[in-house]
Every structure is written in structure tokens, then in C-alpha cells.
Design a protein around this ligand. Sequence first.
Ligand code: SF4
Ligand code: SF4
Length: 193
Amino acid sequence: MNRWKLSRERALARLRDLKFAFRDYVDSQFGFRAKDCGTCQTPCCADAEFVNVNITRLEGEAILRVLGDTARFSAKDRVRILDRAARTVETLGLESAIDTFATTYACPLFEPGTGCLVHSEAKPAPCIHHGCYEAPEHLPDEASRIEVERTVAELNREVYGADESQWGYLTIPVWMTRLTRHRRVECESADAD
Ligand code: SF4
Ligand code: SF4
């Protein structure tokens, strides 16, 4: 019997639909007033003292799937991006951070000249919600972000169970490195069989 209530594939499909709908909402209702990130000279994603985005394991899986797309990323690029994540974890001691929301880092998914590498398919909700606006009243409502994050956490729980300390919110580089390690172990075990 399947011990999961929801398969990972179905959860990833729902996650993608949820993020698409949220991005549509933010772009159509608010984003047209935001500063253009494409021409930004001081991108927040590369600011080691700014990014504190945390994601669930399910979102980490979605990110690794994007990076695994061989039509978009060469093996060399993939290794370089995952190395960047591993170095971020090591340099900042992110694995041992007690309050991961209080920890900041430069996002390894930010590529100079390109921007966010997972922009279309796997961007975390706080990143979709974030933007630079001239006036506070132009900002997207907090309630929409909170609702999307609540749904993401629910999907994650339905796939991986209720142990939030093991599968719940952690920084992006931590999930990227943990899941990469996990996949390596799975491959090695399959090779040994
Ligand atoms: S959100 Fe603001 S600071 Fe960040 S990249 Fe866009 S314009 Fe630049
Ligand atoms: S996931 Fe993308 S948008 Fe979010 S911090 Fe990283 S590079 Fe920036």
C-alpha cells in the first residue's frame, strides 16, 4: 500500500499550477507597476545580506527538475550551479542554522546576465510576490502570498508526511544540496544492486 496520500508527481503538477496562477495574479494586478528586474544594477537575489527565502522539500524537488532539463542546462552548467549551492551552504554554515528564516544568503539560482534560473517553472512564492514598487499601496497583498505558502506546505505534507523538522521549510541552497546528495545515494544503491 502506498504510504503517501498524494504521489510526488501529482503534487509537483499541482505545485506548478499553483505557482503559475500566483504569478499571473501578481503580474496582472501589481507587477506592471514594479521596477524592471531585467535592468536592475543591484539585484536583490545576489545580495548575501538580503535573501532569506525558505522552501519545502517539494519545491526543492521542483527546482532540481528544472536544473535536470538537459535541453536547458548542460551537465557542466548543472554541476556549476549545484557547486555554487554547496559552497553557499558550507561558507555560511546553513545546515546548522537554528533559525533558517533569520539567515541570509546570495541565491545560487541567480545567474548574472540571466536572472532567476527557475523563474518560469519553480520560483518560490515569496520571490513571485517580491518586487520594487514606488509606493507601499502598489505592493501585492500579503494575504495572497500567505495563502499560496499555506497550500505549498499542505502539498508538501501530503507527500512527505507531517515531520516538518525533516521535510519542511529550509533555505534554497540547503534543499538543493540535500536532494542532490540524496539522489547520488539512490543512484549508488541502484548501481550496487
Ligand atoms: S526586486 Fe528590485 S532589487 Fe530585486 S532584482 Fe528586481 S528590481 Fe532589483
Ligand atoms: S529563487 Fe530566483 S527569484 Fe528567488 S532568490 Fe533565488 S534567484 Fe532570486
